[in-house]
Design a protein. Sequence first.
Length: 480
Amino acid sequence: MDSQTSPQQDAERTEKASPHELSWFESVKRVTSNRNWTIYLFTVWIYSSMSVLQQYFTLYFRDIGVTYVMVGVFISLMFAVNVIGSFAAGYLADNFDRRKLSVITMIVNGISFFLLAFVDGANLLLITLAMTVAGLSSFTGAAGQAYSMQQVERKFGGVANSLFTLGTTFGLVPLFVITLMLDIGFGFVEIMRFMLVGAAILYWISALIRATVLESLPVHANGQKRTVGIRDFFEENIRGLKLLLRVFPVFVGIIALDAFSDSFYNFASLYYVNETLNFGIPEINLMQLITLIFSVPLTLLLGRVFDKQGGRRLTIAVYSIMPLAVFLLILAQSVPYIAPVEWLSAADQIYPGFRVIFSLAFLATAIKRTNDILWFSVLGTYILKSLPRPDLGKMLSLTSVIVLAFISFGPIPAGYIYTLWEGLPLLYIVLLLNIFILGILIAKTIEPTVSVEELENEYGPDSGHLDALDSSDPANTELD
Protein backbone atom coordinates (compact mmCIF):
# COMPACT_ATOMS: atom_id res chain seq x y z
CA MET A 1 0.00 0.00 0.00
CA ASP A 2 1.41 3.42 -0.99
CA SER A 3 2.01 5.78 1.89
CA GLN A 4 0.54 9.24 1.68
CA THR A 5 1.73 12.33 3.52
CA SER A 6 -0.52 14.83 5.20
CA PRO A 7 -0.28 18.59 4.57
CA GLN A 8 1.30 18.94 8.01
CA GLN A 9 3.98 16.37 7.14
CA ASP A 10 4.66 18.15 3.85
CA ALA A 11 5.08 21.42 5.72
CA GLU A 12 7.51 19.81 8.17
CA ARG A 13 9.51 18.30 5.30
CA THR A 14 9.74 21.71 3.64
CA GLU A 15 10.86 23.36 6.87
CA LYS A 16 13.67 20.85 7.42
CA ALA A 17 14.77 20.37 3.82
CA SER A 18 17.79 21.99 2.21
CA PRO A 19 17.52 23.91 -1.10
CA HIS A 20 18.88 20.80 -2.88
CA GLU A 21 15.82 18.81 -1.80
CA LEU A 22 13.14 21.35 -2.67
CA SER A 23 11.68 22.44 -5.98
CA TRP A 24 11.93 26.10 -6.99
CA PHE A 25 8.27 26.64 -6.10
CA GLU A 26 8.74 25.05 -2.68
CA SER A 27 11.73 27.31 -2.02
CA VAL A 28 9.71 30.39 -3.01
CA LYS A 29 6.85 29.26 -0.79
CA ARG A 30 9.26 28.85 2.10
CA VAL A 31 10.71 32.34 1.65
CA THR A 32 7.36 34.09 1.13
CA SER A 33 5.74 32.37 4.11
CA ASN A 34 7.04 35.34 6.11
CA ARG A 35 4.18 37.83 5.65
CA ASN A 36 6.22 40.82 6.78
CA TRP A 37 9.01 40.06 4.29
CA THR A 38 6.54 39.46 1.46
CA ILE A 39 4.83 42.83 1.98
CA TYR A 40 8.22 44.53 2.01
CA LEU A 41 9.07 42.67 -1.20
CA PHE A 42 5.96 44.17 -2.81
CA THR A 43 7.12 47.72 -2.01
CA VAL A 44 10.56 46.92 -3.42
CA TRP A 45 8.94 45.73 -6.64
CA ILE A 46 7.15 49.07 -6.92
CA TYR A 47 10.45 50.91 -6.50
CA SER A 48 12.36 48.66 -8.90
CA SER A 49 9.70 48.80 -11.60
CA MET A 50 9.70 52.61 -11.72
CA SER A 51 13.47 52.94 -11.39
CA VAL A 52 13.65 51.78 -15.02
CA LEU A 53 13.03 55.47 -15.81
CA GLN A 54 16.58 56.23 -14.67
CA GLN A 55 17.85 54.57 -17.85
CA TYR A 56 16.37 57.48 -19.78
CA PHE A 57 17.83 60.29 -17.66
CA THR A 58 20.68 60.97 -20.10
CA LEU A 59 18.28 61.29 -23.05
CA TYR A 60 15.82 63.30 -20.93
CA PHE A 61 18.46 65.81 -19.86
CA ARG A 62 19.72 66.16 -23.43
CA ASP A 63 16.23 66.76 -24.79
CA ILE A 64 15.44 69.48 -22.24
CA GLY A 65 18.57 71.36 -23.34
CA VAL A 66 21.39 70.19 -21.04
CA THR A 67 24.86 69.78 -22.62
CA TYR A 68 26.67 66.43 -22.56
CA VAL A 69 29.28 67.79 -20.15
CA MET A 70 26.63 69.08 -17.74
CA VAL A 71 24.79 65.76 -17.95
CA GLY A 72 28.01 64.17 -16.73
CA VAL A 73 28.32 66.76 -13.97
CA PHE A 74 24.76 66.18 -12.71
CA ILE A 75 25.14 62.39 -12.71
CA SER A 76 28.49 62.65 -10.91
CA LEU A 77 26.89 65.00 -8.36
CA MET A 78 24.20 62.45 -7.57
CA PHE A 79 26.76 59.67 -7.19
CA ALA A 80 29.03 61.86 -5.06
CA VAL A 81 26.17 62.46 -2.63
CA ASN A 82 25.46 58.73 -2.80
CA VAL A 83 29.03 57.97 -1.71
CA ILE A 84 28.69 60.14 1.40
CA GLY A 85 25.22 58.79 2.14
CA SER A 86 26.19 55.17 1.67
CA PHE A 87 29.12 55.63 4.05
CA ALA A 88 26.68 56.70 6.76
CA ALA A 89 23.86 54.34 5.75
CA GLY A 90 25.33 51.15 7.15
CA TYR A 91 25.95 52.65 10.57
CA LEU A 92 22.40 54.00 10.67
CA ALA A 93 20.99 50.64 9.52
CA ASP A 94 22.88 48.73 12.20
CA ASN A 95 21.88 51.05 15.06
CA PHE A 96 18.40 52.42 14.31
CA ASP A 97 15.00 51.06 13.28
CA ARG A 98 15.51 49.71 9.76
CA ARG A 99 11.82 49.81 8.88
CA LYS A 100 11.53 53.51 9.71
CA LEU A 101 14.69 54.29 7.75
CA SER A 102 13.28 52.40 4.75
CA VAL A 103 10.18 54.63 4.92
CA ILE A 104 12.39 57.72 4.67
CA THR A 105 14.14 56.22 1.64
CA MET A 106 10.89 55.95 -0.32
CA ILE A 107 9.75 59.47 0.67
CA VAL A 108 13.04 61.02 -0.48
CA ASN A 109 13.02 59.03 -3.75
CA GLY A 110 9.51 60.33 -4.41
CA ILE A 111 10.58 63.93 -3.83
CA SER A 112 13.54 63.63 -6.22
CA PHE A 113 11.42 62.14 -9.03
CA PHE A 114 8.75 64.79 -8.50
CA LEU A 115 11.34 67.58 -8.79
CA LEU A 116 12.87 66.03 -11.92
CA ALA A 117 9.45 66.14 -13.59
CA PHE A 118 9.59 69.95 -13.64
CA VAL A 119 13.19 70.69 -14.61
CA ASP A 120 14.33 72.29 -17.87
CA GLY A 121 17.68 73.09 -19.45
CA ALA A 122 17.52 76.73 -18.41
CA ASN A 123 17.06 75.97 -14.70
CA LEU A 124 20.29 74.24 -13.75
CA LEU A 125 19.73 75.08 -10.08
CA LEU A 126 16.53 73.00 -9.94
CA ILE A 127 18.30 70.08 -11.65
CA THR A 128 21.10 70.37 -9.11
CA LEU A 129 18.57 70.28 -6.27
CA ALA A 130 16.71 67.30 -7.75
CA MET A 131 19.88 65.25 -8.28
CA THR A 132 21.14 66.13 -4.80
CA VAL A 133 17.87 64.95 -3.26
CA ALA A 134 18.12 61.76 -5.33
CA GLY A 135 21.52 61.16 -3.79
CA LEU A 136 20.23 61.82 -0.26
CA SER A 137 18.13 58.65 -0.35
CA SER A 138 21.41 56.73 -0.01
CA PHE A 139 21.70 57.83 3.64
CA THR A 140 18.96 55.35 4.52
CA GLY A 141 19.14 52.98 1.54
CA ALA A 142 21.09 50.18 3.23
CA ALA A 143 18.46 49.92 5.98
CA GLY A 144 15.84 48.44 3.66
CA GLN A 145 18.24 45.84 2.28
CA ALA A 146 19.38 44.87 5.76
CA TYR A 147 15.75 44.78 6.95
CA SER A 148 14.97 42.28 4.21
CA MET A 149 18.05 40.09 4.63
CA GLN A 150 17.48 40.00 8.39
CA GLN A 151 14.34 37.96 7.77
CA VAL A 152 15.66 35.43 5.23
CA GLU A 153 17.17 32.04 5.99
CA ARG A 154 20.65 32.14 4.54
CA LYS A 155 20.33 28.78 2.78
CA PHE A 156 17.49 30.28 0.67
CA GLY A 157 19.36 33.53 0.05
CA GLY A 158 19.71 32.93 -3.69
CA VAL A 159 15.98 32.45 -4.25
CA ALA A 160 15.16 35.42 -1.99
CA ASN A 161 17.58 37.69 -3.82
CA SER A 162 16.27 36.58 -7.22
CA LEU A 163 12.75 37.53 -6.07
CA PHE A 164 14.04 41.02 -5.26
CA THR A 165 15.80 41.26 -8.60
CA LEU A 166 12.56 40.17 -10.25
CA GLY A 167 11.17 43.61 -9.37
CA THR A 168 13.29 45.08 -12.14
CA THR A 169 11.32 43.06 -14.68
CA PHE A 170 8.13 44.81 -13.59
CA GLY A 171 9.64 47.78 -15.37
CA LEU A 172 7.71 46.26 -18.28
CA VAL A 173 4.68 48.20 -17.04
CA PRO A 174 6.12 51.75 -17.28
CA LEU A 175 7.92 50.83 -20.50
CA PHE A 176 4.63 49.62 -21.98
CA VAL A 177 2.95 52.87 -20.90
CA ILE A 178 5.74 54.83 -22.58
CA THR A 179 5.21 52.78 -25.76
CA LEU A 180 1.47 53.55 -25.77
CA MET A 181 2.05 57.26 -25.20
CA LEU A 182 4.62 57.41 -28.01
CA ASP A 183 2.12 55.68 -30.33
CA ILE A 184 -0.55 58.22 -29.39
CA GLY A 185 1.80 61.05 -30.30
CA PHE A 186 3.11 62.44 -27.02
CA GLY A 187 6.65 63.83 -27.05
CA PHE A 188 9.44 62.11 -25.12
CA VAL A 189 9.96 64.94 -22.63
CA GLU A 190 6.23 65.19 -21.98
CA ILE A 191 6.05 61.42 -21.37
CA MET A 192 9.01 61.52 -18.99
CA ARG A 193 7.41 64.30 -16.94
CA PHE A 194 4.19 62.29 -16.65
CA MET A 195 6.02 59.09 -15.70
CA LEU A 196 8.22 60.82 -13.12
CA VAL A 197 5.18 62.27 -11.34
CA GLY A 198 3.51 58.85 -11.43
CA ALA A 199 6.64 57.23 -9.99
CA ALA A 200 6.77 59.81 -7.19
CA ILE A 201 3.18 59.05 -6.19
CA LEU A 202 3.83 55.29 -6.19
CA TYR A 203 6.94 55.78 -4.05
CA TRP A 204 4.95 57.75 -1.50
CA ILE A 205 2.29 55.01 -1.45
CA SER A 206 5.06 52.48 -0.79
CA ALA A 207 6.34 54.64 2.06
CA LEU A 208 2.85 54.65 3.57
CA ILE A 209 2.65 50.84 3.35
CA ARG A 210 6.02 50.47 5.05
CA ALA A 211 5.04 52.92 7.77
CA THR A 212 1.64 51.44 8.58
CA VAL A 213 1.74 47.72 7.70
CA LEU A 214 5.27 46.45 8.30
CA GLU A 215 6.65 45.52 11.70
CA SER A 216 9.87 46.83 13.19
CA LEU A 217 12.53 44.22 13.93
CA PRO A 218 15.24 44.25 16.61
CA VAL A 219 18.58 45.46 15.28
CA HIS A 220 20.59 44.10 18.22
CA ALA A 221 19.99 40.71 19.76
CA ASN A 222 18.85 40.35 23.37
CA GLY A 223 18.27 44.08 23.68
CA GLN A 224 21.99 44.87 23.61
CA LYS A 225 22.96 48.26 22.18
CA ARG A 226 26.19 50.19 21.76
CA THR A 227 26.69 53.82 22.57
CA VAL A 228 26.35 55.49 19.19
CA GLY A 229 28.35 58.58 18.23
CA ILE A 230 30.88 60.03 15.80
CA ARG A 231 33.81 58.06 17.22
CA ASP A 232 31.84 54.83 17.19
CA PHE A 233 30.71 55.60 13.63
CA PHE A 234 34.27 55.80 12.30
CA GLU A 235 35.49 52.85 14.37
CA GLU A 236 32.66 50.64 13.13
CA ASN A 237 33.14 51.61 9.49
CA ILE A 238 36.88 51.01 9.67
CA ARG A 239 36.22 47.64 11.27
CA GLY A 240 33.60 46.90 8.62
CA LEU A 241 35.96 47.80 5.78
CA LYS A 242 38.65 45.55 7.22
CA LEU A 243 36.09 42.75 7.51
CA LEU A 244 34.94 43.25 3.91
CA LEU A 245 38.53 43.16 2.63
CA ARG A 246 39.24 40.13 4.80
CA VAL A 247 36.30 38.14 3.45
CA PHE A 248 36.20 39.44 -0.14
CA PRO A 249 39.64 40.81 -1.20
CA VAL A 250 39.15 40.01 -4.91
CA PHE A 251 35.41 40.78 -4.84
CA VAL A 252 36.11 44.38 -3.73
CA GLY A 253 38.54 45.00 -6.58
CA ILE A 254 36.18 43.49 -9.15
CA ILE A 255 33.16 45.58 -8.16
CA ALA A 256 35.30 48.75 -8.22
CA LEU A 257 36.57 48.15 -11.76
CA ASP A 258 33.15 47.05 -12.98
CA ALA A 259 31.55 50.19 -11.53
CA PHE A 260 33.98 52.44 -13.40
CA SER A 261 33.34 50.49 -16.59
CA ASP A 262 29.58 50.79 -16.13
CA SER A 263 29.79 54.56 -15.62
CA PHE A 264 31.22 54.93 -19.14
CA TYR A 265 28.80 52.43 -20.68
CA ASN A 266 25.69 53.89 -19.05
CA PHE A 267 26.61 57.38 -20.19
CA ALA A 268 27.41 56.47 -23.78
CA SER A 269 25.15 53.57 -24.76
CA LEU A 270 21.79 55.28 -25.35
CA TYR A 271 23.40 58.34 -26.95
CA TYR A 272 25.34 55.99 -29.25
CA VAL A 273 22.26 53.96 -30.18
CA ASN A 274 20.19 57.11 -30.75
CA GLU A 275 22.70 59.43 -32.45
CA THR A 276 25.27 57.15 -34.11
CA LEU A 277 23.12 54.12 -34.97
CA ASN A 278 20.07 56.34 -35.67
CA PHE A 279 17.46 54.45 -33.65
CA GLY A 280 14.62 56.66 -32.43
CA ILE A 281 13.17 56.86 -28.94
CA PRO A 282 10.26 54.46 -29.81
CA GLU A 283 12.75 51.83 -31.05
CA ILE A 284 14.99 52.28 -28.01
CA ASN A 285 11.99 51.88 -25.73
CA LEU A 286 11.01 48.72 -27.60
CA MET A 287 14.53 47.37 -27.05
CA GLN A 288 14.21 47.95 -23.31
CA LEU A 289 10.73 46.41 -23.21
CA ILE A 290 11.65 43.19 -25.01
CA THR A 291 14.88 42.84 -23.02
CA LEU A 292 13.00 42.81 -19.72
CA ILE A 293 10.63 40.13 -21.03
CA PHE A 294 13.57 37.82 -21.74
CA SER A 295 15.26 38.57 -18.42
CA VAL A 296 12.33 37.31 -16.28
CA PRO A 297 13.00 33.53 -16.46
CA LEU A 298 16.77 34.01 -16.21
CA THR A 299 16.40 36.16 -13.09
CA LEU A 300 14.25 33.54 -11.37
CA LEU A 301 16.56 30.68 -12.37
CA LEU A 302 19.77 32.35 -11.25
CA GLY A 303 19.09 32.40 -7.51
CA ARG A 304 18.05 28.75 -7.55
CA VAL A 305 21.27 27.75 -9.34
CA PHE A 306 23.35 29.72 -6.83
CA ASP A 307 21.67 28.00 -3.86
CA LYS A 308 22.28 24.53 -5.34
CA GLN A 309 25.66 24.84 -7.06
CA GLY A 310 27.47 27.84 -5.57
CA GLY A 311 28.66 31.00 -7.28
CA ARG A 312 32.15 30.66 -8.78
CA ARG A 313 31.36 29.09 -12.18
CA LEU A 314 28.09 30.99 -12.33
CA THR A 315 29.93 34.29 -11.83
CA ILE A 316 32.37 33.56 -14.66
CA ALA A 317 29.55 32.41 -16.95
CA VAL A 318 27.52 35.57 -16.35
CA TYR A 319 30.40 38.01 -16.71
CA SER A 320 31.87 36.34 -19.80
CA ILE A 321 28.91 37.68 -21.77
CA MET A 322 29.68 41.33 -20.88
CA PRO A 323 32.58 41.95 -23.32
CA LEU A 324 30.68 40.09 -26.05
CA ALA A 325 27.72 42.45 -25.65
CA VAL A 326 29.91 45.56 -25.85
CA PHE A 327 31.75 44.18 -28.91
CA LEU A 328 28.43 43.56 -30.68
CA LEU A 329 27.31 47.12 -29.94
CA ILE A 330 30.51 48.47 -31.50
CA LEU A 331 30.04 46.16 -34.50
CA ALA A 332 26.46 47.41 -34.95
CA GLN A 333 27.78 50.56 -36.66
CA SER A 334 28.99 48.35 -39.55
CA VAL A 335 26.33 45.62 -39.35
CA PRO A 336 23.02 47.29 -38.42
CA TYR A 337 20.77 44.25 -39.02
CA ILE A 338 21.32 40.49 -38.94
CA ALA A 339 18.27 39.43 -40.98
CA PRO A 340 17.20 39.77 -44.64
CA VAL A 341 15.07 42.70 -45.73
CA GLU A 342 12.00 40.46 -46.08
CA TRP A 343 12.17 39.61 -42.39
CA LEU A 344 12.51 43.26 -41.45
CA SER A 345 9.43 44.17 -43.50
CA ALA A 346 7.45 41.28 -42.00
CA ALA A 347 8.39 42.41 -38.48
CA ASP A 348 7.22 45.96 -39.21
CA GLN A 349 3.90 44.53 -40.37
CA ILE A 350 3.43 42.99 -36.92
CA TYR A 351 4.18 46.29 -35.17
CA PRO A 352 5.79 49.49 -36.52
CA GLY A 353 9.46 49.49 -35.62
CA PHE A 354 9.45 45.82 -34.58
CA ARG A 355 12.31 45.22 -37.02
CA VAL A 356 14.50 46.41 -34.17
CA ILE A 357 14.53 42.83 -32.81
CA PHE A 358 16.75 41.88 -35.77
CA SER A 359 19.23 44.69 -35.16
CA LEU A 360 22.66 44.04 -33.73
CA ALA A 361 22.11 47.02 -31.44
CA PHE A 362 19.10 45.29 -29.87
CA LEU A 363 20.98 42.02 -29.48
CA ALA A 364 23.88 43.81 -27.80
CA THR A 365 21.84 45.98 -25.44
CA ALA A 366 19.54 43.07 -24.54
CA ILE A 367 22.49 40.86 -23.64
CA LYS A 368 24.19 43.63 -21.66
CA ARG A 369 21.05 44.68 -19.79
CA THR A 370 20.07 41.11 -18.92
CA ASN A 371 23.56 40.25 -17.73
CA ASP A 372 23.73 43.42 -15.63
CA ILE A 373 20.59 42.25 -13.81
CA LEU A 374 22.04 38.76 -13.33
CA TRP A 375 25.45 40.12 -12.28
CA PHE A 376 24.04 42.33 -9.53
CA SER A 377 21.86 39.45 -8.38
CA VAL A 378 24.98 37.29 -8.02
CA LEU A 379 26.81 40.01 -6.06
CA GLY A 380 23.84 40.52 -3.74
CA THR A 381 23.58 36.79 -3.08
CA TYR A 382 27.28 36.61 -2.19
CA ILE A 383 26.79 39.33 0.43
CA LEU A 384 23.67 37.71 1.87
CA LYS A 385 25.27 34.27 2.16
CA SER A 386 28.76 35.25 3.26
CA LEU A 387 28.59 38.10 5.79
CA PRO A 388 27.31 38.19 9.40
CA ARG A 389 23.81 39.55 9.92
CA PRO A 390 24.64 41.90 12.82
CA ASP A 391 26.69 43.98 10.37
CA LEU A 392 24.61 43.50 7.21
CA GLY A 393 23.76 47.19 6.98
CA LYS A 394 27.38 48.21 7.29
CA MET A 395 28.58 45.64 4.77
CA LEU A 396 25.94 46.65 2.24
CA SER A 397 26.72 50.34 2.64
CA LEU A 398 30.49 49.89 2.37
CA THR A 399 30.01 47.83 -0.77
CA SER A 400 27.83 50.63 -2.15
CA VAL A 401 30.45 53.23 -1.19
CA ILE A 402 33.10 51.41 -3.22
CA VAL A 403 30.78 50.98 -6.23
CA LEU A 404 29.45 54.55 -6.15
CA ALA A 405 32.88 56.09 -5.60
CA PHE A 406 34.14 54.54 -8.81
CA ILE A 407 30.91 55.23 -10.69
CA SER A 408 31.11 58.91 -9.71
CA PHE A 409 34.53 59.23 -11.40
CA GLY A 410 33.15 58.31 -14.81
CA PRO A 411 30.36 60.64 -16.00
CA ILE A 412 32.33 63.93 -16.16
CA PRO A 413 35.24 62.59 -18.29
CA ALA A 414 32.67 60.58 -20.26
CA GLY A 415 30.82 63.83 -21.03
CA TYR A 416 34.01 65.46 -22.35
CA ILE A 417 35.00 62.41 -24.39
CA TYR A 418 31.53 62.11 -25.90
CA THR A 419 31.47 65.84 -26.76
CA LEU A 420 34.79 65.51 -28.63
CA TRP A 421 34.58 62.03 -30.21
CA GLU A 422 31.06 60.69 -29.52
CA GLY A 423 30.45 57.17 -28.22
CA LEU A 424 32.93 54.73 -29.79
CA PRO A 425 36.01 55.64 -27.67
CA LEU A 426 33.96 55.14 -24.50
CA LEU A 427 32.77 51.72 -25.69
CA TYR A 428 36.34 50.68 -26.54
CA ILE A 429 37.41 51.56 -22.99
CA VAL A 430 34.48 49.55 -21.58
CA LEU A 431 35.40 46.55 -23.75
CA LEU A 432 39.02 46.54 -22.55
CA LEU A 433 37.97 46.86 -18.90
CA ASN A 434 35.42 44.03 -19.25
CA ILE A 435 38.04 41.71 -20.77
CA PHE A 436 40.47 42.57 -17.97
CA ILE A 437 37.82 41.88 -15.28
CA LEU A 438 36.92 38.56 -16.91
CA GLY A 439 40.58 37.58 -16.84
CA ILE A 440 40.72 38.26 -13.10
CA LEU A 441 37.56 36.21 -12.49
CA ILE A 442 39.07 33.26 -14.36
CA ALA A 443 42.48 33.50 -12.66
CA LYS A 444 41.24 34.34 -9.16
CA THR A 445 38.18 33.52 -7.07
CA ILE A 446 35.77 35.99 -5.50
CA GLU A 447 34.56 33.32 -3.07
CA PRO A 448 34.73 34.38 0.61
CA THR A 449 38.07 33.58 2.24
CA VAL A 450 36.45 33.10 5.68
CA SER A 451 33.33 31.06 6.45
CA VAL A 452 30.28 32.94 7.70
CA GLU A 453 30.03 30.54 10.66
CA GLU A 454 33.51 31.53 11.77
CA LEU A 455 32.67 35.20 11.44
CA GLU A 456 29.44 34.96 13.40
CA ASN A 457 31.19 33.08 16.21
CA GLU A 458 33.32 36.18 16.69
CA TYR A 459 30.23 38.26 17.55
CA GLY A 460 29.46 36.54 20.83
CA PRO A 461 26.01 37.51 22.23
CA ASP A 462 25.01 39.38 19.09
CA SER A 463 24.89 36.15 17.13
CA GLY A 464 22.24 34.55 19.33
CA HIS A 465 19.24 35.23 17.10
CA LEU A 466 21.13 34.19 13.98
CA ASP A 467 21.25 30.57 15.02
CA ALA A 468 17.47 30.55 15.36
CA LEU A 469 16.92 32.02 11.92
CA ASP A 470 19.18 29.57 10.12
CA SER A 471 18.32 26.53 12.22
CA SER A 472 16.70 23.53 10.55
CA ASP A 473 14.35 23.24 13.51
CA PRO A 474 10.96 24.70 12.49
CA ALA A 475 10.33 25.88 16.00
CA ASN A 476 13.30 28.20 15.78
CA THR A 477 12.56 29.93 12.49
CA GLU A 478 10.26 32.67 13.74
CA LEU A 479 11.55 36.16 14.37
CA ASP A 480 10.95 38.06 17.57
